[in-house]
Write a protein that binds this ligand. Structure first.
Ligand code: SF4
Ligand code: SF4
Length: 207
């Protein structure tokens, strides 16, 4: 028996004529081939055990999935029936803080709250607010201040509903409503004008 570094042994007579490195290489080849044999030679219980476990795992997974399915079948339905629901919202529901299409508000006297200060347009990161100011006169008074917005447009092609305009407004003239049905096939329809956003006077008396 020949003892080589690493504690492995080689048979005498067979390897004694090999140098140290050649002997180590031969032992490595032997070790590798015996490992390969173990990998490809089925043991008595190996393959059948693997197949059995695979079947058990699959059946368990199917049973688990079906238990969730049948458990949910009898739960209350959570989806909203929009647009076939009842009421003016057609089944849609919102959180109170939902940011929908903007509204231009009026004060308690029915005058427009917007005083055309341009702060909302300056705060808008999308640069989608367009305002033209005009002066109130003694004959025609639109807002309670010196000026009012003669033109007030918001381009919803660009608006990201960030709410910065609402935050910037010193008179609470612009707010987010709950309007959400903005989809259209014509992009020009997404430019909202003042008359589309201005709260009607009748809405004040209805409050
Ligand atoms: S919500 Fe934001 S992006 Fe839209 S108009 Fe206001 S500031 Fe501009
Ligand atoms: S909506 Fe408010 S911030 Fe914008 S121009 Fe009118 S008053 Fe100024």
């Amino acid at each position: 028996m020949l003892l080589i570094p690493g504690g492995q042994k080689a048979d005498e007579g067979e390897d004694t004529d090999l140098s140290g490195d050649a002997l180590k290489a031969k032992l490595r080849r032997k070790k590798k081939s015996s490992t390969d044999e173990r990998l490809i030679t089925p043991t008595a219980s190996g393959p059948s055990y693997t197949v059995s476990m695979s079947i058990v795992r699959n059946v368990t997974a199917i049973a688990k999935g079906m238990s969730i399915t049948f458990g949910e079948i009898f739960q209350p339905i959570q989806t909203e029936n929009y647009p076939d629901g009842k009421g003016p919202m057609k089944g849609a529901k919102f959180q109170p803080r939902f940011r929908g299409a903007h509204q231009l508000q009026r004060d308690e006297n029915g005058l427009e709250k917007c005083v055309a200060c341009y702060l909302c347009a300056a705060a808008c990161p999308s640069n989608c607010i367009y305002i033209e100011a005009a002066d109130n006169t003694s004959e025609v008074r639109i807002s309670s201040s010196e000026r009012y917005a003669k033109v007030y447009n918001i381009d919803y092609n660009r608006c990201i509903f960030c709410g910065y305009c609402v935050e910037a407004c010193p008179t609470d003239a612009i707010t987010h409503g709950h309007g959400f049905e903005l989809a259209t096939l014509n992009a020009t329809n997404l430019v909202m004008h003042k008359d589309q956003m201005l709260v009607p006077v009748e809405a004040l008396t209805a409050k």
